[in-house]
Design a protein around this ligand. Structure first.
Ligand SMILES: [Mg+2]
Length: 352
């Protein structure tokens, strides 16, 4: 259920708010951990991963080219700026707020550190680390006009950069319905990527997260998201990928071969499908650790599939399922937890 300020005071509502908060924290925290697990092997083949780390591949947070174990990448950085846009109480429309927030992220990728007058996330020096940001994300935000369906930027691009930053739309108390969640994710995705699949895969993730936060099961949430996205033009690639993930999961236990069959995750619908498959095949709370490791040990875009899988399972199970040793190590933990809590508050404060 969505909680409004007028509802506050009744026991069930407080309980619901607490549940939303733990799911939001779980979603963003497990997403960041998946990102950090995948970062050291983002550009490695599965064979290379196994030759580096042994037959089981990556089994823990390990150092990456960026530094010590636990460092996140652009996936988590951009996700937090999505949150900041959703917390912004400026009366400008959401597209403008998202564009402004992602432009603040762009500055973090172009400048060595925060200017003296910076506020909010732009004042946090750890976010100025450059961790293989996506080209379309950078170029889309440098474009002279704001990308939209009718006025696209990067018209042919469907990189997974839209999906990996879109879980917060599903968490926001400012977006009252799954349709509103989808529309907001679409607006956000169009700021950097013009291909329909880029925006619809982002919308699908956001909507699945919303259904999970509302208490639905994972398979049911995926099915409902397929139904909702099917109402949008040019949905076929996205919904086919999601159906492929469901079918693969129905075929038996998690398998690297089945995962590989869904793609490598560099493009939006593949990253979404691989992550949905990793989540569906590890549905229990105690399997979150195994799910994240499964999601990063493959040929493709390991940090993004790790991040999206973490978003899904963290939203499903809540913060309590997140392995505490990894939560303690992941970069930005305090900021992530603070922003997640504020995102589900019925009366968000100004973020800047
Ligand atoms: Mg990344």
């Amino acid at each position: 259920m969505r909680v409004t300020a007028a509802d506050i005071g009744s026991g069930p509502v407080i309980e619901s708010l607490q549940m939303c908060r733990t799911r939001a924290r779980g979603c963003l925290l497990a997403g960041a951990i998946g990102d950090a697990l995948g970062a050291p092997v983002e550009f490695d083949s599965h064979a290379r991963i196994r030759s580096r780390f042994g037959p089981a591949g990556v089994t823990d947070l390990v150092p990456s080219p960026y530094g010590p174990a636990g460092l996140v990448t652009d996936d988590t950085q951009m996700t937090l700026f999505t949150v900041e846009a959703l917390l912004d109480t400026d009366p400008a429309d959401l597209g403008d707020r998202l564009h402004a927030a992602y432009r603040r992220w762009l500055v973090t990728q172009e400048q060595p550190g925060p200017p003296s007058d910076a506020e909010g996330l732009a004042a946090e020096s750890w976010l100025y680390a450059v961790r293989a940001p996506g080209n379309a994300c950078l170029s889309g935000l440098r474009a002279p006009h704001r990308g939209a369906i009718a006025t696209p930027v990067n018209a042919g691009s469907k990189g997974c950069g839209t999906v990996m930053r879109s879980a917060p739309f599903g968490l926001s108390s400012q977006l009252p319905t799954p349709d509103a969640v989808a529309e907001a994710a679409i607006v956000g995705a169009c700021l950097t990527h013009g291909h329909p699949t880029a925006r619809l895969a982002a919308a699908a993730l956001a909507v699945i997260v919303r259904y999970l936060v509302d208490g639905r099961g994972l398979a049911e949430s995926v099915s409902a998201a397929i139904e909702l996205v099917s109402e949008h033009p040019d949905h076929e690639e996205t919904t086919a990928a999601l159906r492929g993930a469901v079918t693969a999961a129905d075929n038996g236990p998690a398998s690297a071969t089945q995962l590989h069959g869904l793609g490598e995750g560099w493009v939006a619908e593949e990253a979404l499908a691989m992550s949905v498959y990793a989540a569906l095949t590890h549905p229990e709370p105690h399997q979150l650790r195994a799910a994240l490791l499964f999601a990063v040990n493959h040929d493709g875009d390991s940090d993004s599939t790790g991040a999206i899988t973490g978003n899904l399972l963290g939203a499903l199970h809540g913060e309590g399922s997140v392995p505490p040793d990894w939560a303690a190590q992941v970069e930005g933990r305090d900021t992530i937890i603070d922003l997640a809590g504020r995102l589900v508050e019925p009366e968000p404060r100004s973020s800047r």
